[in-house]
Ligand binder design. Structure first.
Ligand code: DGL
Length: 261
């Protein structure tokens, strides 16, 4: 069984990918909807939250074989701390997304858009240059994207389009031919991002990470119904998840007091 977590709704884009790639996989999901966004917080707060998220998941479910940190902010800021503290395979989104982008770029110029914390960590840039030292990297923090998604400004909303245009102009001008969506919320406004970056190949970090974690889904296991946990507003989460994951989504979201962990 895979445990997947994010600061909020964004990690559901990885769940969507997991459900399509491995329909038989068992998983549980935690979205820290009471404390989102993480991406504007300090490193020590992000680490504290990520440790609490992990402790909760491992306490609520004993059959977890691997963890997917479906949050660019935690992946770039706290992954090594999690790996040092917990004895099971823990995957982030940075390495798989950087590998996919390095393979996709034709002109050797990759852009990364993500939360302020992810961009400040320099994690994507380091990983891209490790894979391909001659690569050019342009980065741009887009701190308004997560609140826009969490507040439902999706589906071609004109405000989101305007913010995309404003944030992504320097990315377009940079000449990068490939852009990593370094935050798992961003695929939810993929069309608006694509419109502001015509001709640029977009890399979905959550989807790439799912491919990396797939081999850790036991081939033979009893399929358990997924469980979803949130730290606030289960009904809002259920509405969003049923829209994103489709008609067969019949789960309930369970409320967690995450500060206890
Ligand atoms: N989905 C999270 C990420 O990938 C959003 C971060 C946030 O809560 O600001 O970075």
């Amino acid at each position: 069984m895979i445990a997947i977590f994010d600061s909020g709704l964004g990690g559901l884009t990885a769940v969507r990918e997991l459900r399509s790639l491995l329909p038989g996989a068992s998983y549980i999901y935690f979205g820290d909807t009471g404390r989102v966004p993480y991406g504007t917080r300090s490193r020590s707060t992000i680490i504290k939250y990520a440790l609490q998220d992990m402790r909760f998941l491992l306490e609520v479910e004993s059959r977890i074989s691997a963890v997917l940190v479906a949050c660019g902010t935690v992946s770039s800021t706290a992954l090594n701390v999690l790996q040092e503290n917990f004895d099971l395979p823990i995957f982030g989104v940075v390495e798989p997304a950087a590998a996919a982008a390095a393979a996709a770029t034709k002109n050797g110029h990759v852009a990364v858009i993500a939360t302020s914390a992810t961009i400040a960590s320099g994690a994507y840039e380091r990983e891209l240059k490790r894979i391909r030292p001659d690569i050019t990297v342009t980065t741009k923090a887009c701190p308004l994207f997560v609140p826009l998604v969490e507040n439902g400004f999706t589906g071609g909303d004109p405000v989101t389009k305007m913010v995309c245009e404003r944030y992504l102009e320097p990315v377009r001008e940079s000449g990068a031919d490939t852009c990593i969506l370094g935050c798992t919320h961003y695929p939810l406004i993929r069309d608006e991002i694509a419109e502001a970056l015509p001709g640029v190949t977009l890399i979905d970090s959550g989807a790439e990470a799912v491919k990396a974690v797939a081999p850790y889904c036991p081939a033979v296991e009893e399929k358990c119904p997924p469980r979803y946990f949130v730290s606030d507003d289960p009904e809002g989460f259920e509405r969003f998840a049923s829209l994103l994951l489709g008609d067969d989504w019949q789960s309930r979201a369970e409320l967690v007091d995450i500060e206890k962990y």
